[in-house]
Design a protein around this ligand. Sequence first.
Ligand SMILES: [Zn+2]
Length: 423
Amino acid sequence: MNITDDDSPNGARNAAFTPPGDGAGTERAGRGRKALLSSSMVGSTNRGRVLQALFDLGPTSRAELARLAGVNRTTISGIVQPLIDDQVLVESDPVPANPGGGKPARPLWFSPHARPICGVLLMPDAVHACVATLDGKIESERKIALPDGRGPVQPIIETIAQCVGDTLAKARRTPFGIGVGVGGMVDTDRGSIVTVNLAPSLDRYPLADDLGRRFGLPVKLDHHPRALLVGDRWFGAGRGVRQFAVVYTGEVLGGALYFDGHLYRGTAGAGGELGHTFVQLDGELCRCGRRGCWDTIATLSWLRREAARAALPEADLVDSARLVDMAARRLPGAAELLDRYARNVAVGIANLQQTVAPNIFILHGDVVLGGDRLLTAIADHVRAMVPSRPGGAIEFIAGDAGDRAALLGAAGLVISELLQLPI
Ligand SMILES: [Zn+2]
């Protein structure tokens, strides 16, 4: 952790030489020259870094934070005291430092009275909202099915607003903001939906503006796999890690990348369309209109079609859990299909590993239902496809098959915003 000293009365000395934030919009400044920060920005940057360190380390004392940042306790106290006064942080009861004496440590952690965060997961068929604490405990949630995604847009929007409104009504304090993970392409600069393949009525809808107006809160919109990544980064297996990727499988396929300490979004959030990277030139026709996308060979629709071809029972209901179960019961064709599915999922992961080498992959969605057997099969295929390199051990972690990680991640989008702003 780098803390920038802002004790000096001279503003010029207060410059922090690392741009804060998650990388979006700072690419130009980061290339060749670094933007200098104003005095007030130094304050918010330091607050952000202390909060970030707490997320990464868990409850930590002022002395330990000072030691890690290489600054004195006075500097740390100057940063954390306003956060304690604002009830964002709380200092717990003293725990003895060690038997030899020394001042008892009082670990700092997020206050249960801090304003919560609101997360919304918007998928083509349903909207799911939650209010969560800053350390990732869901306090209330609500899920409502959406009207037909090809019908008029207003009933869909009213249903989303009702779901969010009902959830906010149960919050004990006004949340810091609302984060929305969308199962479709989004323009993160404008806070609008670009396209939701299975609910075209939502295309180009300025959802962040609309929800912001209705609820009077800042609203942050992002792509569903990036919400998953944010969830893993703040509350899950990605905590404290510099580099990792998430891959989501199911009816759709997607992924996101945490790269050198930043969530990588690409220009206006257009990056991360992993499902539509090509794995076979002139391959099958994809729902995006192109051919040979990864999406055409590693989603549930591929799996169900192939299950029918292999004459497996109830092919239209097959998912990873059922497939692994059928393979365990030695149904003819099941083990072969399991291996082909694992290989098809692996090929996209191998391409990502070859391109940016995140080395840690957290898998979410349907494949998680396949348990250790499917995860191991995917990992084995990836390792066979990627040449081994020194320091190149690749780790696979099972994430969440349900909505929880994405909901918390959507709420976590608010934290990412919070870290860049004066509180
Ligand atoms: Zn495609």
